[in-house]
Design a protein around this ligand. Sequence first.
Ligand code: LAN
Length: 737
Amino acid sequence: HCGRQIWIYDEKVGSAAERATVEQLRKDFTANRHQQRHSSDELLRLQFSDKISKKRWNPPSGPVPEKLDEKRVAEHLKGAISFYECLQQDDGHWPGDYGGPMFLFPGLIITLYMTGVLDQVFTPAHKEESLRYLRNHQNEDGGFGLHIEGGSTMFGTSMSYVTLRIFGVSPDEEMMIRARTWIHSRGGANTVTSWGKFWLAVLGVFSWDGLNPLTPEMWLLPHSKWTGIGYAHPGRFWCHCRMVYLPMSYVYGARASCKDNALTRALREELYPVPYDTMDWNGTRNIVAKEDLFYPHPFIQDVLWWILYKAENVLMGSWLRKKAMEEIMKHIHYEDENTRYIDIGPVNKVMNMLCCWLEDPNSEAFKKHIPRVYDYLWVAEDGLKMQGYNGSQLWDTSFAVQAIAASGLLDVSTSCLAKAHSFIEASQVVEEAQQPLSDYYRHISKGAWPFSTRDHGWPISDCSSEGLKAALILANLPEEKVGSPLSDSRFFDCVNVILSYQNFDGGMATYENTRSFHCLEVLNPSETFGDIIVDYSYVECTSACITALCAFRERYPEHRSSEIVESLRRAEGFIRTIQRKDGSWYGSWAVCFTYACWFGVSGLVALGHTYQNDKAVKQCIMFVLDKQREDGGWGESYLSCEKKVYSQLAGDSHVVNTAWALLTLMTSGYHKVDPKPLHRAAKYLILKQSTNGDWPQQHISGVFNRNCMITYANYRNIFPIWALGLYRRAVLLAEDI
Ligand code: LAN
């Protein structure tokens, strides 16, 4: 269970003073919740307060000088690194809040409620913290967003509303009246997006006839490319999309709903403006509140869903349906077993659990799902939330190693890099998933690194690359300090995986290759998310693979060298073709242009291009420089992701964006041309540092599917350390980096 993160409630732990601190943190969050909508992971920090106070760092006295010198920066870095080291777990990883989305928790609660295990899985303490979370994240207008920083949506609001009701909150409470008013003034919960309709139908407060069909028979389509239709087989979808629609279509095929009871009857009245029995279900299929509509249906979907809707009359109860349902269950069990019941993500986790229960409420499979629910829960001062994954362990640890190593201040930390090293070793995926992989549409995994833990085990292109880079850096450091390097074969296996990720366009996608065409996006039925049907090549993934291959080649110049040269050439081509006219790159997995520019530039620089000798790099640097703000920092709003236009944050700059921008400038060599913007940025980071060495948690940094934001709690430590570390060496000490 290396890297496993779970919160256990133990009323005996902690002194009275610590309890009082916890209560104060909670109060402060609640009092301030409409201004700072993001929690700061202070409860985690509190767990390490002994270590932190022992290390007690004395920030350099006096104001930050106009001209920073190397010593001063080193002092701040020492504070930052020794603080961050305190947060490391004994197994070597850095834990952290990976919440943000608001639509995940309700699915879990509906599933636990329906399967009758809510009281078994959730102690009263869990419930109390869940309620705290929901209350804290209600918006001022009474609704709830898709994620903690977003404006209210019907999806967020109706899902949170039913969750609160399952927890026993009375419909007459003020917060519920406000939420209901929000829902009713937008036409009622029947205008929720398709995934919301699905969960309401599961709860038994929405008719299955009000959903566009989730035809299970799609799993029986021919898969072969030669059939043409094979390109639309779910086996070619992006794994997250495939893995969510898999159990969804099972539940749909089974028309499984909670038994009628007092709560469901009450909800049927509370959620809709018209009496439940008079609802025009067929008419609700394509109605979506405007607040939710990120990706409206093209007309072709209306036609397709209409045909399949009619086909349900024939398919329901047919032999074909039975076959399809069996096929689906086979894939569900495979996924459960190969991820040790964690599953690829939070959505299919709970749906698979529900399917196992539907198949057999007393099954081993269902029982095995239960302990793994805790892997997804996180507690912070804003309450208990469901995370977007079972954590970001490997990802954060690989970045942390690169950041700390970049500072060159290896004597500040003691055993930290050695511990991180053993975590990285322990999390590499050393075995393939169960064979035959192709029957389950799985890519190879042996040698890859996952995003979270080995138990989870799904391979990812850029996680493999960041893991590899971290492992290579550690292999080049003194063994007595960081432990012994991974064996050659471990490195070779990883390179094998990275090379296998290259797509026909030269780029790399996330978990698998691009298996079908972008035009399939017309079938995206989610309404809330963009670009989910196929796994596309991304600048982040591609650049991470480039830099990893380049780092690998330095240590092993002979190994598959011609293949690597060819792969790098094609990957470079891809990065160049997707650069935007204004010189920037659009980021798909964090906010946003500042993030992607760092990747774009790093990829090109690894291949020998610089600010001085390459037009594309120069153009990107001009773009980045143009966005620097008065205070010396950069601050990008999550609206950049949604609108695909650079959007400035209101108020202060953001330390994470500032660090990315600073890294981009230094990587390109711009500091040799004009270091002034870098001095200002470094000063901003230093001014923002807290007196204990930490940095404040500002706006949310991560994103997926264009529209949903996700927290990366470790970024506020990792990236300022990395940026200041390189700044000290490259700019102040003029070292070659
Ligand atoms: C993640 C988290 C990690 C992330 C990076 C490695 C950072 C990225 O470079 C590639 C994509 C990846 C692996 C990624 C993809 C989408 C995920 C899995 C997530 C953002 C975490 C949660 C999200 C998942 C789709 C959430 C569930 C929601 C659905 C719409 C199914």
